[in-house]
Ligand binder design. Structure first.
Ligand SMILES: [Cu+2]
Length: 165
């Protein structure tokens, strides 16, 4: 009788391959992002909407977890806002490890939190789609990354989009 159980050594090998693969994807995406022409939304100033959108995220090595509201309990929740909204991200460290939160495209970075339950906040005006992530080397790859979806109101290139509530 044959067994399909994977032993520890094989498992480690598979995880190693998957990790390498994930790293290649991240590098490739990074290169694409650098090559991409500047999008319209970043090239032109975004009108402030006067709205404020607040989110709270608790950070762990394997990802951020939403706290409160629609994202409560969700891992690496997609944060949805409208272009021009003032976005405030409250970040809480979930464990005894250094973590922070930064916006890749908007170029905003929080202070580094070292201890559990320490809190910090970043604020910025939403311009275009972005990702939030932890700047500690390896943490983004370990899972500390999520999307910021920025809806452009009355996008001139297509159908007017409904404003998110
Ligand atoms: Cu981290």
């Amino acid at each position: 009788m044959t067994t399909h159980r994977i032993n520890q050594r094989q498992r480690a090998g598979i995880i190693g391959v998957m990790t390498s693969f994930a790293m290649v994807i991240f590098v490739a995406l990074g290169m694409l992002a650098c090559d991409a022409p500047e999008s319209e939304s970043t090239a032109q100033a975004v009108q402030a909407s006067g709205e404020t959108q607040e989110f709270t995220l608790r950070g762990y090595m394997d990802g951020y977890v939403g706290v409160g509201g629609e994202i409560d309990g969700e891992k690496n929740p997609t944060l949805q806002v409208n272009a021009g909204d003032e976005v405030t991200l409250h970040f809480i460290n979930g464990e005894n490890m250094p973590h922070d939160i930064a916006m890749k495209g908007h170029g905003i970075e929080s202070e580094m939190l070292m201890r559990p339950d320490e809190e910090t906040t970043i604020s910025f005006t939403a311009e275009s789609d972005d990702v939030y992530y932890c700047t500690v080397p390896g943490h983004e790859q370990a899972g500390m990354i999520g999307d910021l979806q920025v809806q452009t109101v009355g996008d001139s290139s297509g159908e007017p989009q409904a404003r998110l509530e």
